[in-house]
Design a binder for this molecule. Structure first.
Ligand code: CTP
Length: 367
């Protein structure tokens, strides 16, 4: 058994290892991805300029803000998602009655004429703004823009029936998702959050996050896929995304650093066919872990090793149960639509990683 001084020694060794991992592997990953993003965004911005010229309602929102691209999310070093924020959602009411977990519909406000709306041709007979109809139109525009773009030799529209995806230089995949920003509102389906008065998140942070609100994305819902009672409304529904809220919740201590380290481990060891372990899954697991360890000191550098192994252990447990509940919408399973075999493979790989981290003090040097 370890005596306290050995424990302190072991802890500081681990801290040292994590510092090195951060300075080399994490930083190399980020620099490499940043370079790719600059290249990819030049092509995407040019293409979106073409879209905008053809259809002024689809104004590009892909701009750089403080050294980051607004609305861009890194899915893997070669895959990105760009959220294109549309303007003018004004005349619609947001309805999430829980009938489609993780989704909401936008209904034309009473008294508003369909024909007066900016989005007239995308409104269904019953007055819903259809996510699918908007995406179909956008897909056609992107296909045309790819042909016209300055970079037409390096950009190809991918044959994906339901999503807008382009392949750049035969190497990178960018999914472009039309969306509406909903600031200052909080969905009914996440009303229970935070579940109980907790030290984490601090009430002030909760208020800030709720003010930030959420996004409504036009993309195929994996939550609704394979559901028996598929109603025709599903294609018209919008997916609720809390990306910005989730980012804000990681502010403070080394929570953000923890995510960067886990993303690097993921890219190097858990990037497998079917992509069961997404960076979103890791972020959500961190948020669950933040509730389990609410104290700020539990997220300082000296505890980071414990947090990382704790999160990997939780990941294994989720993979084995084949369920990973969304942080704000627990009825939404982030593993929905993933094959059992990819979840099993990921569980085995994660076990191997965890065993290595727990038994070999120099494990991070080779991870
Ligand atoms: N990046 C960017 N614009 C974005 C997202 C990421 O330019 N919207 C770049 C950043 O330089 C970042 C790198 O891509 O360092 C990798 O991003 P990510 O996968 O999100 O990793 P993190 O470790 O979370 O990045 P950071 O710590 O820089 O936030």
């Amino acid at each position: 058994m370890l005596v306290p001084s050995d424990m302190i020694g072991a802890q500081s060794k681990l801290m040292n290892q994590l510092e090195k991992y951060q300075a080399h592997q994490v930083s190399d990953r980020n620099l490499g991805i940043r370079k790719t993003i600059l290249d990819v965004c030049t092509v995407v911005q040019d293409m979106l300029k073409e879209v905008e010229a053809q259809e002024p309602r689809f104004i590009s929102s892909l701009t750089e803000l403080n050294g980051r691209y607004d609305g861009l999310r890194v899915l893997s070093p070669t895959e990105f998602e760009v959220v294109l924020y549309l303007n003018q959602m004004g005349e619609f009411n947001f309805i999430d009655d829980g009938s489609m977990p993780g989704c909401a519909v936008l209904k034309l406000s009473d008294g508003r004429k369909r024909s007066m709306s900016l989005w007239v041709e995308f409104i269904t007979a019953s007055g819903y703004l259809s996510a699918r109809k908007i995406r179909c139109r956008f897909q056609t525009l992107v296909a045309q823009a790819c042909d016209k773009s300055t970079y037409r030799d390096s950009v190809k529209m991918m044959n994906d029936a339901s999503e807008v995806k382009i392949r750049i230089r035969e190497k990178y995949v960018v999914q472009i998702t039309p969306a509406f920003k909903c600031n200052g509102v909080w969905p009914r389906s996440a009303q229970h959050w935070p579940t109980m008065p907790m030290t984490y998140p601090h009430p002030q942070l909760v208020a800030q996050v709720k003010m930030e609100g959420f996004d409504l994305l036009s993309k195929e819902s994996t939550t609704l896929q394979n559901k028996q009672s598929s109603s025709s409304m599903e294609g018209d529904a919008w997916i609720i995304s809390f990306q910005e809220a989730e980012n804000q919740l990681l502010i403070g201590a080394s929570r953000k650093k923890c995510l960067s380290i886990l993303k690097t481990i993921r890219d190097r060891h858990l990037d497998i066919q079917g992509n069961p372990v997404t960076s979103h899954v890791l972020q959500v697991l961190i948020l669950h872990e933040c509730e389990k360890h609410p104290g700020e000191e539990k997220w300082e550098d000296h505890s980071l090793g414990d947090r990382i192994t704790g999160i990997i252990l939780q990941l294994i447990s989720c993979l084995q149960c084949r369920k990973c509940p969304h942080y704000f919408l627990p009825s939404v399973d982030l593993f929905r639509g993933k094959s059992a075999s990819s979840l099993d493979t990921a569980a085995k790989l994660a076990w191997r990683l965890l065993r290595e981290l727990l038994t070999n003090t120099k494990a991070l040097e080779s991870l």
